[in-house]
Design a protein around this ligand. Structure first.
Ligand code: ZN
Length: 210
């Protein structure tokens, strides 16, 4: 799963992107890489957007509750100020940062750091979720993870929203989304019902944002 790291010079930094749908294990994979680095006595720092306060104010928490301490930041430029002498920089929920994340990661890599960014590659309408596509383009290594489609069991590439909303930033993963494959994904949730739907689902208000 993890890319074969060809870099041997401590001077050379690089960027790794871990992307995929919700429930694909992105944060778990980020934590795994960070833990391995920490075991090797490398100085690690993890950052996440301050907006992601689903579970805990100062830890990266994945859905299986693997926890590693992290620092919430409100903008990518803060990461530059807070990295100090860390050689491995982890960034979770990269899709919630603005496009300046790309330049910040590039700068860190140029500075000799290993930068690992986890994030959603698509939003709930299956559109590329900036700045992850741009980051994938400049990264040395891209790992795309898949969840399992809850409808048919195929590898899931999409995050199906189950409740009407017009914001990309709807949090609270477990109740609001489920992983689906391309065939089972519905662009307009009001035309569909959740996998374990009940009959009164059709009374929902259509999502005016689409
Ligand atoms: Zn499916």
């Amino acid at each position: 799963m993890e890319p074969t790291i060809l870099h041997t010079s401590s001077k050379a930094g690089w960027i790794e992107v871990i992307c995929g749908s919700m429930f694909s294990g992105k944060t778990e994979e980020l934590i795994r890489r960070m833990r391995r680095a920490r075991i090797a006595k490398q100085r690690v720092e993890i950052f996440k957007p301050a907006i992601d306060t689903r579970f805990d104010e100062d830890a990266v928490v994945s859905h299986d509750e693997s926890v590693i301490p992290s620092t919430p930041v409100s903008s990518p430029s803060q990461i530059l100020l807070l990295t100090s002498d860390a050689t491995v920089i982890g960034i979770d929920e990269g899709q919630f940062f603005d496009e300046t994340l790309v330049e910040v990661c590039t700068q860190l890599a140029r500075d000799g750091r290993r930068v690992i960014v986890a994030g959603l590659d698509q939003d709930y309408l299956a559109r590329p979720f900036e700045p992850m596509p741009q980051l994938m383009a400049v990264a040395e290594y891209v790992t795309k993870l898949h969840a399992i489609c809850v409808v048919c069991g195929a590898p899931a590439n999409h995050s199906q929203r189950l409740t009407p909303a017009d914001s990309r930033l709807l949090l609270g993963a477990t109740e609001s989304y489920e992983p689906r494959c391309r065939r089972c994904f519905k662009m307009h949730p009001e035309m569909d019902v959740p996998h374990e739907a009940v009959a009164n689902e059709r009374t929902q208000t259509p999502d005016s944002g689409m």
